[in-house]
Design a protein around this ligand. Structure first.
Ligand code: GLA
Length: 629
């Protein structure tokens, strides 16, 4: 009944020939959902445990432990080499393996071959990953100069990165050698300035930096994207069936948070993790507010797990569990970075928590969104494929903290009984309305929540970020995200003059919040559910579950700074507008926009303004945006 009325209203708004400026609806799903990473990749990587001092025995030891400890069965199947495996680039461009540490790659002609190594892993039911750099040189050549495993030879022979050899190397790695996973780092674009002391001292051939680690403005974002896109294209050609993982490792630089999802299976959102609480917070924050940018086939990557070391070792199991819980809530890749040959049963129990792994690996790929935010405590809520909720209550501080969980945080019905099952202790508690927990220092408690949904017969878009593709978030000039925890730099300490925001992302589309982290509100009407985005944006929504109607209350958000320009909202199916509002101004009442989407797989939401790209962005809200049966 209600749907009919709304559709009639929408139809009345449609002029016979609608022409809309601004982002153009495509009619087809543009989200990157091909490839092997339908769920976040899981496995092991040599770096956090061994840095460049890796060898075949250590790697095969980890592989065997994955199998013997039952971790492979739980999904940890990638065994990934990191920096240090290479000897040099031959005159004809072929990369040569350092057979002193990877003896099985030895061949009589010296050409070397990693195929026996990947064959062994495959025969164990595992997959194999390899590492390279998108520039000419690798990170170890700048930061691990003491390493016994640095590339050798003349300057050109030591150019082990992909630059100038993209197709040749990609073919070698994923076709000839049979690797399934390619991690592509970016130090070659950042750390080898031709006039630097490093380049002079080491006799490298420099490259004018395209990434400035401390400055978004001095980074050539388009060039960085183009370089990674070339790798993506080469991978696609080399493995046309898409059966590979492409891991972009540009540490949140180059505005990768915007384009990473279209190019790779995952993209690092921050600098390297270190086994330190503050570093973990920093990396977690760098991905925690990017839910709308991730989904099946494309994942935010806050870096590998550092469980087993430092603040996350066997003596710090609360911290180890929190680190693991958060990565699972974020749908992060779960790559163990520990020498598994010596893992304690307690650590294996953390890494092997099947309930948490199921949270990370849920096929819907809905990264948790933040239902309550502060520097002390946070509540993260994730909607599983079957629409039940998983909630994490997280104490960021070193003191106990009280956290009250409300039905509303879960979008479950207030007044109905809700059952919480603790995914660590497996204990069950029930509550109605709200329940308070006292969290120990650094504790994260994670519960599966069952109870009647507030929205019956439908789902809010903010509950299904994995089904949303942010084609254009309206951000014209990338801005640094000031909400990422600013830790003392693990490498430079306090010599740098201060810890500053590093990663673009401020102003990006958000679930249940404005692009700047405020609550959604149109002309005095608050919305606890909805999407906040800038004008001149285009969001795609995948309707695989066969919903029949789209509804939202739209308008310019009260938080906007630009109050001058009007915005028109439109819903498209099959590339055609099916509901359009008149231009709405700041202060205009929220406008109902509804559309019949029966039988349509891709819904597109467009907000268009006449504001020029140099003007202050306009904040708009898709209040209560939802799909209904
Ligand atoms: C960079 C990456 C790390 C690791 C090292 C190897 O720092 O971010 O994950 O691969 O390089 O040198």
């Amino acid at each position: 009944m209600r749907l009919k009325t709304c559709l009639a209203a929408a139809a009345a708004l449609l002029a016979p020939a609608v022409s809309l400026a601004g982002p153009v609806a495509h009619g087809v799903w543009l989200g990157r959902d091909a490839g092997a990473a339908q769920t976040p990749p899981m496995g092991w990587n040599a770096w956090n445990a061994f840095r460049t001092e890796v060898d075949e025995g250590k790697v095969m030891g980890a592989a065997q432990a994955l199998v013997d400890d039952g971790l492979a069965k739980l999904g940890y199947v990638y065994v990934n080499l990191d920096d240090g495996w290479w000897l040099k680039r031959r005159a004809d461009g072929r990369m040569i393996v350092r057979t002193r540490i990877f003896p099985s790659a030895t061949t009589p002609d010296g050409a070397t071959n990693f195929r026996p190594f990947t064959d062994r892993l495959h025969a164990m039911g595992l997959k194999a990953g390899i590492y390279t750099d998108v520039g000419h040189n690798a990170c170890s050549q700048a930061f691990d100069l003491h390493s016994p495993n640095l590339p050798e030879g003349a300057a050109a022979e030591r150019q082990v990165g992909l630059a100038g050899h993209v197709v040749q190397d990609v073919n070698l790695y994923v076709r000839e050698w049979g690797f399934d996973y390619l991690k592509v780092d970016a130090c070659g674009l950042a750390d080898f300035a031709p006039d630097s002391k490093l380049v002079r001292d080491q006799g490298y051939i420099g490259l004018t930096p395209e990434i400035d680690r401390s400055s978004l403005n001095r980074t050539d974002n388009a060039r960085v994207e183009q370089r990674y896109a070339e790798v993506a294209a080469a991978l696609k050609t080399a493995r046309p069936n898409g059966d590979y993982v492409f891991s972009i490792c540009a540490w949140g630089m180059g505005n990768v948070r915007e384009w990473g999802k279209d190019v790779g299976s995952s993209w690092r959102t921050s600098s390297d993790i270190t086994p330190n609480w503050s570093s973990m917070l920093h990396n977690y924050d760098s991905a925690a507010k990017r839910a709308l940018y991730a989904g099946p086939g494309h994942w935010n990557d806050p870096d590998m797990l550092d469980i087993g070391q430092g603040d996350f070792d066997t003596a710090h199991l609360t911290e180890a569990r929190s680190h693991f819980s958060l990565w699972a809530m974020l749908n992060a890749p779960l790559l163990i970075g520990y020498d598994l040959r010596k893992a304690s049963p307690e650590l294996l129990a953390v890494l092997g928590n099947a309930d948490l792994i199921a949270v990370d690996q849920d096929p819907a790929g809905n990264q948790a969104t933040i239902a309550y935010d502060s520097d002390d405590a946070q509540i993260l809520v994730k909607t599983m494929a079957d629409h039940h909720k998983v909630v994490a209550l997280f104490n960021r501080t070193a003191a106990p903290v009280k956290v009250t969980l409300m039905a509303g945080h879960l979008k479950l019905r207030d007044g109905a009984e809700i059952e919480l099952t603790d995914l660590w202790s497996k204990t069950v508690v029930r509550f109605t309305g709200e329940i308070t927990f006292e969290l120990a220092p650094h504790e994260a408690r994670v519960f599966a929540a069952q109870g009647p949904r507030d929205l019956v017969g439908g789902v809010y878009l903010s509950e299904i970020p994995g089904a949303i593709n942010v084609v254009d978030d309206g951000v014209r000039r990338p801005q640094l995200d000031p909400t990422v925890h600013r830790n003392v730099d693990p490498w430079g300490g306090t010599r740098s003059g201060g810890s500053r925001p590093l990663y673009s992302g401020w102003g990006g589309a958000q679930a249940d919040a404005t692009p700047y982290g405020e609550t959604l509100q149109i002309a005095g009407h608050p919305y606890t559910s909805g999407i906040g985005v800038l004008a001149n944006s285009l969001l795609q929504v995948k309707n695989d579950d066969g919903y029949r109607a789209f509804h939202a209350m739209v308008g310019i958000d009260d938080s906007t700074i630009d109050r001058d320009h009007a915005v028109r909202f439109a819903v498209y199916v099959d590339g055609k507008p099916v509901a359009v509002t008149p231009p709405l101004k700041y202060g205009d009442a929220p406008r109902d926009i509804s559309a019949d989407i029966s039988g349509h797989r891709v819904i597109e939401l467009v907000a268009t303004s006449a504001a020029g790209s140099d003007e202050t962005p306009i904040v708009v809200s898709w209040g209560s945006a939802r799909l209904e049966k």
